[in-house]
Design a protein around this ligand. Sequence first.
Ligand SMILES: C[S@@+](CC[C@H](N)C(=O)[O-])C[C@H]1O[C@@H](n2cnc3c(N)ncnc32)[C@H](O)[C@@H]1O
Length: 295
Amino acid sequence: MTDSSTGENAAYGRRDPDALARRAGARADPDRDQHFLVDDRVLDRIPGYLPDGADTSHLLEIGGGAGALTDRLLATASDASGRLTVIERDGAFADFLREEFAAAVADGLLDVVEGDALDVEFPPFTVCVANLPYGVSSEIAFRLLPEKKPLVVMFQAEFADRMVASAGESEYGRLSVSAQHYADVEIAERVPKEAFDPQPAVESAVVRCTPRDPEYTVGDEAFFLRFVKALFTQRRKTVRNAVRNTAHISGLDDPEAVVDAADEELLGSRPGTLEPAAFAALAELARERGSPTEA
Ligand SMILES: C[S@@+](CC[C@H](N)C(=O)[O-])C[C@H]1O[C@@H](n2cnc3c(N)ncnc32)[C@H](O)[C@@H]1O
């Protein structure tokens, strides 16, 4: 092993983030969703947020940047005799990652895929750990969540708060119900702006998603998610009016039949107070009585 700041032969998990950024040459550009994590303590903690016993045989990182988190994930992959795939859209950083971690690439430990994480096919990963590009974090999260694999992912704190919110809380909404449909979602750590360079405008948070089946069943997942989306566009209305007013979003041909069949107390409540299981039960009733058409 050589000096960890010089790169190529250094053991994984010890590279200095500022030295990596210097070697990468190109400066992180906030307009391209590039905010690099430069706080070693945060970087060191992130892989440890994976659920106990998680299968780390194939890690996925989205948005490798100058490789500070990549380096920590290579340590995790290498300890587990596993591998890491990094998807990075910026060609300059993708090239840099291949050079910086050339030994890992040669050993089959690392695969760098240059491409847009919204388009490229994901490899058959077992866990995903990433400091996501915030401009597309929602789209990426909803590509990842249905894969039902553990995720440890950095989001804007406000987005993270909405993901973990419970019924009745002000942040509770479509995002909470949709994310919690796939996983137990919790905030592992809040991360201040100062941990990044350049600093983002807002605070961040690391979120852990541990996949599990929901405590309810739905016959048509796509309809359930569409129905939740529809009702939350009218979160201040009663459920009765929300069902009636959002048929153009939910696709219900006969919303009145749903209102006729549903429980009075439920119809008088607000979408923001409904537990996910109550949404699921109402969505099932809507599917049976409301003649939904395909999206
Ligand atoms: C917030 S930075 C994180 C960089 C690095 N992982 C770190 O923690 O320092 C996000 C990275 O995602 C890349 N990126 C932005 N949009 C992307 C997309 N649609 N698909 C893949 N990578 C993307 C950026 O180029 C940038 O390197």
